[in-house]
Design a protein around this ligand. Structure first.
Ligand code: SAM
Ligand code: SF4
Length: 474
């Protein structure tokens, strides 16, 4: 049963800020990163134990090529040990760019008068989803500005609509959300529409920096945003995603902020965030930002490796904001999900856009505009196993990242076979020629990593997929 402070008439401490900037800076300013300590911490993480704030600060302070290489090597090892070679694929779908907020870094901010404002109507949404299905997508994240039009009822409506759109063998099996925070009632309504993860990024965990970037609207309130996922939990959404927008403030502080947020959710709800996102700021219409906090490619790679080690059982999401080169390297340090075939101008998957307005409908410029097929091709070349699996969420196995990590043999019994089955569907429905050939080879290789019984059942299911059955999973 959930603790209900309102029934006991005591102030609810959980809805207050749990971030103390002095505490986070204290760790950064005092953690000594000598070789021995760094190695001890990497070993602790490889034992699959989450790191403390102090230990994370030691890694953040580590310098010198050798130590940095050891951190990256540790992250790679942990990724293989915990997650194997799967990469889950998804695509973002921008539903509406109206926004009442004024985030200095975002092309959708209210003061950007040149932005062409648009909300997809039901028939446009249908065209967009059909176009995504035609590419082979099965998992979407719906993205909205923060605006009275995008109420909880409206978001729930769009989620249900998306689940109902089928074309050929195409269907969307998991809809995640990236939208404004709601109150508990609002989160409940959206949760009841059957969403996967609800993501809210804090952008920066530093309250003063936060005030500098957020000039107007509801988003100005740091605490309201910080405690949003607590309200989601109270509303029964236990699958939540956190994130920081790197480039707004000191990256070392933001890494500790993300770990602190993770600790908070674990302490209060017994479940940490399902995913952590670490978007790096990209060029947007008339940006007005402090360059002193730009994160270099090297620091970006370091921070992803540190996050992997700090929270071994949380999914890490890397988006198409980054270029293919950066993505290729960063993926090795423990990323579990990436987007592919991404377009972020409203209406662009189905070519609803009018060329002239095109530039003013996107939030920022992406770094990886490759098609889903191209992204899959590259994953296969590098021996990754692309996956569209949505099984745990639909079987009620929530907290799947925790299971992957803590239940012995879980990956071999569920994740790898499901990745193989969803990739088989993709090949049968959307791939041909060289890509299909490459895909079957990778499937064959991965089948042989399974126990005999699981391998046999998986092969039987592949045969059924080849005969036209769909949506088979463990
Ligand atoms: N409006 C909602 C909000 O602010 O939470 C959700 C959608 S917003 C479009 C999604 C995320 O995009 C933001 O949380 C922010 O981290 C990121 N973002 C905004 N401007 C960006 C930029 N210029 N470059 C990279 N990411 C950006
Ligand atoms: Fe609006 Fe979100 Fe962009 Fe801020 S980041 S201006 S809230 S869409």
């Amino acid at each position: 049963m959930r603790f209900s402070p309102e029934k006991l008439s005591i102030p609810d401490q959980r809805m207050k800020s749990f971030i103390d900037p002095d505490e986070l800076w204290h760790f950064i300013n005092n953690a000594k990163a000598d070789k021995l300590r760094v190695r001890e911490i990497i070993s602790k993480s490889l034992e699959k134990q989450r790191l403390t704030l102090e230990e994370t600060a030691v890694l953040v302070n580590a310098s010198g090529t050798d130590l940095l290489e050891e951190i990256k090597k540790g992250a790679k090892e942990l990724k293989i040990k915990v997650y194997g070679n799967r990469i889950v694929l998804f695509a973002p779908l921008y539903v509406g760019n109206k926004c009442s907020n004024n985030c200095k870094y975002c092309g959708f901010r209210a003061s950007n008068r040149e932005a062409v404002r648009k909300t997809l109507d039901d028939s446009e949404l249908k065209l967009e989803v059909e176009a995504l299905e035609d590419n082979g997508q099965k998992r979407l994240i719906l993205v909205y500005g923060e605006h009275p039009e995008y109420s909880a009822e409206y978001i729930a409506h769009t989620v249900k609509l998306v689940y109902g759109i089928k074309k050929g063998h195409g269907e969307i099996r998991r809809v995640n959300i990236n939208a404004a925070p709601f109150d508990i009632d609002g989160f409940r309504k959206i949760g009841e529409a059957g969403i996967g993860t609800y993501q809210v990024f804090q952008e920066t965990y530093h309250p003063e920096a936060y005030s500098w970037y957020h000039l107007g609207g509801r988003k100005r309130d740091f605490d309201w945003r910080l405690t949003s996922l607590d309200r989601a939990q109270e509303a029964g959404i236990d699958d939540v995603g956190i994130g920081a927008l790197f480039g707004l403030y000191d990256w070392r502080y933001e890494v500790l902020g993300l770990v602190r947020h993770t600790n908070h959710l674990e302490a209060c709800y017994n479940v940490g965030p399902h995913t952590i996102s670490f978007p790096r700021i990209k060029d947007a219409a008339k940006l007005n930002l402090k360059e002193e906090y730009n994160v270099s490619d090297n620091d970006f790679k370091k921070l992803v490796a540190i996050l992997r080690l700090a929270v071994p059982y949380t999914g890490l999401i890397l988006t198409a904001r980054e270029t293919p080169d950066v993505r290729r390297e960063v993926m090795e340090y423990g990323v579990s999900q990436i987007d592919g075939g991404t377009k972020i101008e409203l209406g662009s998957y189905s070519d609803l856009k009018n060329e002239e307005q095109n530039l003013n409908r996107e939030q920022f410029k992406i770094g990886d505009p490759r098609s889903l097929a191209e992204v899959i091709d590259e994953l296969l070349t590098h021996d990754y196993l692309p996956s569209f699996c949505t099984s745990c969420y639909r079987m009620g196995r929530t907290g799947e990242h925790f299971m992957e990590f803590s239940v012995p043999g879980f990956i071999k019994r569920f994740c790898t076979p499901n990745a193989i089955l969803t990739l088989s569907e993709y090949i049968c429905d959307y791939a041909s020629g060289e890509l299909a050939e490459k895909g079957w080879k990778v499937i064959d290789k991965n089948l042989h990593t399974l126990e005999d019984g699981v391998m046999r059942t998986t092969m039987e299911k592949i045969d059924r997929i080849k005969m036209g059955e769909r949506d088979l999973y463990f």
